[in-house]
Design a protein around this ligand. Structure first.
Ligand code: PMP
Length: 440
C-alpha cells in the first residue's frame, strides 16, 4: 500500500510541476526507483523488462560508467572553456569511429548536450558551408525541439502545428517507406530517389538550390523502417552533385545498435558529410555531438564561433568516452546482431499465426512490429497497440507505440538484453495477440 500511495503522490507532483508538458505513458504509470541492466524496478520491487530505452544503450546503472563518472566528479568538472585532455579524447574517439566506416572522411567532432542541439548545429553548418538555406527532409520525421530541429521535424504526430509554421527553407519529400508509402514495389528505392531528384531540380530551377538533405538513417519515427535499397546512397550523391551536403541523423540508430553496422548510413553504403549523435552517446547523460569534415566546421567558425558552456565538460567527455568503450569492450554491436536475429525470428513466427502483424521493420536491436487490422488495406491497429502496451505491463514488459499512426510496437532495448528476454517478450506478446483476436 505504501508503494501505491507513493506512486499516486509522484504522479500528482509531476503533473503539478510540469503541467501539460509532463508527457506520460500508461493509464497508471509505474513509479521507477531503480534501474539495472535491461531492467527497471518499480516501487513495488517489480522488475520490468525495458524494451524501449535506446538512450540507456549500455544498460541501466552500468558500474563502469558510475565509477568513471564519480572519479571525474571528484577530480574536475568545469566550463568547457578551459584546457583539459578529456575533451579532445572524446572528440578523437568519435572521429575514429566515423573513420572506421568511412576511412579518412572525418576530421572533427563538436560536443553538444542533446540530439536537438546536434541537429541544430548540423543544419547551421550545412547552410553556412553550402551558402544556401534550403533543406530537403522526408515527411514523418522527428529531429528535435530547438528552432531549427523543430522546423525539420515534419511529423504530423510529434509536431502537429508543423504544416502551418514550417519555414520556407524546409522542402518535403515522401518518407521512403516501402511498406505503406506511395511506392512499395521492387523499384521503390529508385522511385523515392527520383522524387528527391525532382525536388532538387525544381529548387535549382527556381534559383534557390538546396543546401542540405537530412534524415534518420533508419526511419525511427516511421517505426524503424529501413529505406529501400539504394535510396540513401543515391540521395546523398544527388544532393552533393548539386552542391549540398548530406546530414545523417544517427541519434537513435548509431553506435552499434543495428548490429549489422555501427552507423545506419554505413549499413546502406551511404557516406554522409555530417553525422549527428546523441541519446545512447551519454547513456541518458545529456550528450550529443556533430561529426564532420574540417572544411565544414571551419566555414561555421569563420562566421561566428560556436560555444556551449556545459558541452564536452570533463564529466561529459568521460561519460561519452566510457560509453563508446563499453560498447566495444562488451561487444554490444555483435550482441545486437545476435539477439536482434532472435527477435526477428520470433516475430516472423508470430506473424504466421497472428494476422495483426503486418510487418516487422528494422534490424538488430532497432525494430518495430507494425500492427494492422487488415493486411490488404493496412488499416493501422492504433487502439489495439495502445491496449497491448497496457496489457504487457502486468507481464513485466515495458513496450510503447511508435510511428505517425502509433501502431508500431517499438523494440529498442538497452543493448545488454539477451535471448531469454526476447523469448519472454515474444511469449507474452503471443498470449496478448491471441486475446485481441478472441475479443475481435
Ligand atoms: N533526432 C532523433 C532521430 C530523435 O529521435 C531525437 C529524440 N527523440 C532527436 C533527434 C532529439 O534528441 P534530444 O531529445 O536529445 O534533443
Amino acid at each position: 500500500p505504501s508503494a501505491i500511495a507513493a506512486t499516486r503522490r509522484e504522479r500528482r507532483r509531476r503533473d503539478a510541476a510540469l503541467g501539460k508538458a509532463s508527457e506520460r505513458y500508461y493509464l497508471s504509470p509505474p513509479l521507477i526507483v531503480r534501474g539495472w541492466g535491461q531492467y527497471l524496478i518499480d516501487a513495488e520491487a517489480r522488475p520490468l523488462l525495458d524494451l524501449v530505452n535506446n538512450v540507456t544503450a549500455i544498460g541501466h546503472s552500468h558500474p563502469r560508467l558510475e565509477r568513471a563518472a564519480s572519479a571525474q566528479m571528484r577530480l574536475l568538472n568545469t566550463n568547457s572553456r578551459f584546457l583539459y585532455g578529456a575533451y579532445a579524447d572524446y572528440a578523437e574517439a568519435l572521429v575514429a569511429r566515423a573513420n572506421r566506416a568511412w576511412p579518412g572522411e572525418f576530421d572533427v567532432a563538436v560536443p553538444v548536450n542533446s540530439g536537438s542541439e546536434a541537429v541544430d548545429l548540423a543544419l547551421r553548418m550545412a547552410q553556412v558551408f553550402s551558402g544556401r538555406r534550403g533543406v530537403i527532409v522526408p515527411r514523418e520525421a522527428y529531429h528535435g525541439w530547438t528552432f531549427a530541429s523543430d522546423a525539420v521535424s515534419t511529423s504530423a504526430f510529434d509536431n502537429p502545428s508543423a504544416a502551418e509554421n514550417r519555414p520556407d527553407w524546409v522542402h518535403l519529400v515522401d518518407a521512403p517507406n516501402a511498406y505503406r508509402g506511395p511506392f512499395r514495389g521492387e523499384d521503390a528505392g529508385e522511385q523515392y530517389l527520383a522524387q528527391v531528384r525532382e525536388q532538387l531540380d525544381s529548387l535549382a530551377a527556381e534559383g534557390r538550390p538546396a543546401g542540405a538533405f537530412i534524415c534518420e538513417s533508419v526511419l525511427g519515427n516511421a517505426g524503424g523502417v529501413i529505406p529501400p535499397e539504394g535510396y540513401l546512397a543515391g540521395v546523398y550523391e544527388a544532393v552533393r552533385a548539386q552542391g549540398g551536403v548530406a546530414i545523417a541523423d544517427e541519434v537513435q540508430v548509431g553506435l552499434g545498435r543495428l548490429g549489422a553496422a555501427y552507423w545506419g548510413a554505413a549499413m546502406q553504403d551511404a557516406r554522409p558529410d555530417i553525422i549527428c549523435v546523441a541519446k545512447a552517446a551519454g547513456n541518458a547523460f545529456p550528450i550529443g555531438a556533430v561529426i564532420t569534415r574540417r572544411e565544414i566546421l571551419d566555414a561555421l567558425a569563420d562566421e561566428g564561433m560556436f560555444f556551449s558552456s556545459a558541452a564536452g565538460t570533463p564529466l561529459s567527455s568521460v561519460v561519452g568516452r566510457t560509453v563508446l568503450d563499453v560498447i566495444e569492450d562488451e561487444r554490444l554491436q555483435a550482441r545486437a546482431a545476435r539477439v536482434g536475429a532472435r527477435f526477428s525470428a520470433r516475430m516472423s513466427e508470430l506473424a504466421q499465426r497472428h494476422e495483426w502483424i503486418g510487418a516487422v521493420h528494422g534490424i538488430g536491436l532497432y525494430q518495430g512490429v507494425e500492427l494492422v487490422r487488415d493486411r490488404e488495406t493496412l488499416e493501422p491497429a492504433t487502439e489495439e497497440v495502445a491496449l497491448l502496451c497496457e496489457r504487457m505491463l502486468p507481464h513485466g514488459m515495458i513496450v510503447q507505440p511508435a510511428s505517425e499512426r502509433q501502431n508500431v510496437l517499438k523494440f529498442k532495448p538497452p543493448m545488454v538484453i539477451d535471448e531469454a528476454d526476447v523469448d519472454a517478450f515474444a511469449d507474452a506478446l503471443d498470449v496478448e495477440l491471441a486475446r485481441l483476436t478472441a475479443e475481435r
